[in-house]
Design a protein around this ligand. Structure first.
Ligand SMILES: [Zn+2]
Length: 292
């Protein structure tokens, strides 16, 4: 007869509950260190220089490259630190493979797997000060700054707004969030709103007294603690995990197709053929050989 190990079972349940709780926290915008809007509309956001930069007064924002299409947010060792990255190699190999077909969707899917560049601006949400310092995150280009990225630097270059980040007499940023259309929902991961554009408030305001502002500075979330830096070895591990996942989902998709003759769910854009899996194995072997 099978005997239940009650102690183990309790521990198991405890872990399950913890996991659920952390998933809930990730969904709750008030608990996220990354700024999340409740819905469409305007948010007043007061930026502060990013404490964890070497010289925040000369370098007030953070830029980082991450991969998002491998089951999480992964720090790219290549774009951030100039080391080799298995995820980049794999993504660009995919891109070069589909490019000759001229299929725009396939090309985009491959490019989405490459490292994406984001800017993070630390600051406080007006009316949500109790949540502490947040990081406003938005996209920018690898070679050319995005429009929003250009704006935040541009304000320093304009005489009338050059001290917009001054905590005593600066300007709030106005973040304009829009509701994604039905077609855009997937693009924004079902978020209730996306950042459409940013601007500066019309009136100068204070962020608070010295003591309050000091506290804000000191509690600025560290982006590298949220998404830990990785190296080449770790990127290979991530890619291996991804291939494992693809293999499993290919098996389950095949099983589901046999059973119902239709795709199990449309959220898995990860259907792979046997041929593709062979390709992936070859990629891994090549990478490992390269690293010795
Ligand atoms: Zn990479």
């Amino acid at each position: 007869m099978i005997k239940v190990n009650v102690e183990k079972l309790k521990k198991n349940l405890e872990n399950k509950l913890k996991e659920e709780e952390s998933k809930g926290a990730a969904k709750d915008p008030t608990k996220s260190p990354i700024l999340k809007p409740f819905g469409p509309g305007k948010i007043n956001f007061r930026a502060i220089p990013y404490l964890h930069n070497e010289d925040p007064t000369n370098d007030p924002f953070v830029e980082r490259y991450y991969h998002y299409k491998f089951g999480g947010t992964f720090y790219c060792p290549k774009e951030n630190d100039g080391q080799q990255c298995a995820l980049c190699d794999y993504a660009w190999q995919e891109y070069n493979k589909v490019k000759p077909t001229g299929n725009k969707d396939l090309m985009k899917a491959a490019l989405d797997k490459t490292a994406q560049k984001h800017v993070f601006v630390a600051g406080v949400i007006r009316g949500r000060e109790a949540e502490g310092v947040k990081l406003l995150k938005f996209k920018t280009g690898k070679r050319k700054m995005s429009e929003n990225h250009e704006k935040i630097w541009g304000w320093f270059l304009n005489k009338s707004t050059e001290n917009w980040m001054d905590y005593e007499n600066g300007y709030d940023m106005i973040l304009n969030y829009k509701e994604p259309s039905a077609g855009q929902k997937k693009l924004f991961n079902n978020a209730p709103a996306f950042l459409n554009d940013i601007d500066l408030d019309r009136d100068r305001t204070s962020l608070g007294d010295k003591e309050t502002v000091k506290k804000y500075f000191e509690t600025t979330p560290n982006i590298d603690e949220l998404y830990e830096p990785t190296d080449t070895a770790k990127s290979i591990e991530m890619l291996e995990k991804h291939f494992e996942y693809l293999k499993r989902s290919a098996v389950s998709t095949a099983a589901a197709e046999t059973a119902s003759n239709e795709s199990s769910d449309d959220s898995s854009d990860l259907e792979v053929s046997g041929e593709e899996l062979d390709d992936q194995k070859a990629t891994m072997d090549k990478l490992k050989a390269l690293l010795g």
